[in-house]
Design a protein around this ligand. Structure first.
Ligand code: UDP
Length: 476
């Protein structure tokens, strides 16, 4: 199979934002690890940082193909080539519109490079039709698991939120195993307000494209959500392959550990001094923002919980008005506030970490699962309220903090006593022990899934086998 694999060339086409590019690179490396050739399609401002992360690969293994988003055509500056340059919600929509105009450049790419398969971001559902024109199978990738994929699809198809009389009336998501109950308040605003724009149009097209494409790649593993993997494939009728947890599969952690042994982050040294499972790690991903009043509640809640903690806050050093007076002095030795960015994967895999207050972003969720760490769930936006249900109700590896409403910026909405209570529930006592035992089992299953003969490894091999057969069939 090895030699044949080398004849396959897979192109990867992520949306122009770090949160999309990182898992796409993991994916590309995974295919390369099986002997395939990869090309990453990206814009020139993002190309150098991608190139830096490809130092261990030769150009015959992974290449970069640069394209230019025609942003000037939609009224954005020509050099706005990445989502982060679009600084307002209106500009985000303009940027999305501009990426919809990339078809001709992808056509040129198909003609010049003739890939055997394209893996496109779910934000580029139009790539599916383009692939059909050129006889190139297109796989879609959104970087989330089966459970949220099924939940999004079922809410989109059956619109249960239209049949309840108030925002807080519960409804069960139809045709989704497990009697998953939600309220309208916990759904994204773009689902409930009925507004039509380029984003909602894309989501609708994405739903259709999942069926029309060659299939969907899922960043998950079978044992984590077997019922939902089966439901997605057998009942909702979408061809899909699970290849995750991606960061485990391509050993990003091992690489990162090797590269930074000398420059250990302060919090790793701090954790080294703590007892096993005695620290709760608090971090809400890369995008969520909080009003200061809510940060104050978190500080008070953590202090009252009497647990050790590391709390990552997206604030700069010196920008400290949001902290209660004397807070860091009072919690000195048992609490560490990290400003900016923390090495999350390393923190979660440290033996001293015994819990994780998370916004339930899919990457954070998978990272906690793989590390066998129980979660305190505090969903905020995107598909995070669905992920909370998977963590707490389906898997039983977390407790809810009590977030009740989907929001773009976190207003003062969860009280200090709720935070204190949830942290204690996850960290101490009989319930915490039960949750921890279950979480550790899933951690072990995650590691096995990416090993030889593991469920994700096998699914990837099956996909590659199919692509090889597809290619041979095309040549006949
Ligand atoms: N992350 C990190 N350090 C931080 C904040 C986030 O390493 O201080 C990483 C985290 O490990 C995860 C990603 O950023 O891989 C966040 O992705 P997720 O899907 O959880 O949430 P998002 O940022 O998309 O809301």
């Amino acid at each position: 199979m090895g030699t044949k694999n080398q004849e396959l060339h897979i192109a990867f086409f992520p949306f122009m934002a770090q949160g999309h590019i990182i898992p796409f690179m993991d994916l590309a490396k995974l295919f390369v690890s099986r002997g395939l050739k990869a090309t990453i399609i990206t814009t020139s401002p993002d190309a150098p940082s991608i190139q830096t992360k490809l130092q261990n690969y030769s150009s015959s293994q992974i290449q970069i193909f640069t394209i230019k988003v025609p942003t000037a055509d939609v009224g954005l500056p020509e050099n706005c080539q990445s989502l982060h340059c679009a600084t307002t919600p209106e500009m985000h929509l303009q940027f999305l519109t501009a990426t919809g105009l990339l078809g001709p450049q992808i056509q040129q790419f198909f003609q010049r490079k003739k890939p055997n398969c394209l893996v496109a971001d779910m934000f580029f559902p139009w790539a599916t039709d383009l692939g059909s024109e050129f006889g190139i199978p297109v796989l879609l990738f959104q970087g989330i698991g089966y459970f949220p994929l099924c939940a999004i699809l079922c809410v989109h198809l059956y619109k249960p939120h239209l049949y309840v009389s108030s925002d807080s009336d519960p409804f069960v998501i139809p045709n989704l195993p497990g009697a998953i109950e939600l309220t309208r308040k916990k759904l994204p605003d773009f689902v409930t307000n009925g507004e039509e724009n380029v984003f909602t149009k894309l989501l609708g097209e994405g739903v259709k494209a999942q069926k029309q494409s060659y299939g969907v790649l899922v960043n998950s593993f079978y044992e984590l959500e077997a019922a939902y993997a089966d439901h997605y494939r057998n009942d909702l009728g979408i061809r899909a392959w699970h290849v995750g947890p991606l960061y485990l599969a391509n050993e990003r952690l091992v690489e990162e550990n090797k590269s930074s042994i000398e420059e250990q982050h302060e919090c790793i040294k701090w954790l080294d001094l703590k007892k096993p499972s005695s620290v709760i790690y608090v971090c809400f991903g890369s995008l969520a923002t909080f009003v200061d009043a809510q940060l104050l509640e978190i500080a008070e809640g953590l202090e009252a919980s009497e647990q050790n903690f590391i709390w990552v806050v997206k604030k700069q050093v010196g920008e400290d008005g949001w902290l209660p007076e004397g807070f860091e002095k009072r919690v000195e030795g048992r609490g560490l506030v990290v400003r900016g960015w923390a090495p999350q994967v390393k923190i979660l895999s440290h033996a001293a970490v015994g819990g994780f207050v998370t916004h339930c972003g899919w990457n954070s969720t998978l990272e906690a699962v793989a590390a066998g760490v129980p979660m305190v769930t505090w969903p905020i936006f995107a598909e995070q309220f669905y992920n909370e249900k998977l963590i707490t109700q389906v898997l039983g590896i977390g407790v809810c903090v009590g977030a009740k409403e989907w929001m773009r910026v976190v207003r003062e909405s969860v009280r200090r006593d709720e935070i204190e209570k949830a942290v204690r529930r996850a960290m101490v006592g009989e319930e915490a022990e039960e949750i921890r035992t279950r979480a550790r089992v899933y951690g072990e299953l995650a590691r096995r899934a990416v090993e030889v003969m593991g469920s994700s490894s096998e699914d990837l091999d099956a996909l590659i086998h199919e692509l090889l057969s597809y290619d041979i069939a095309q040549e006949l």
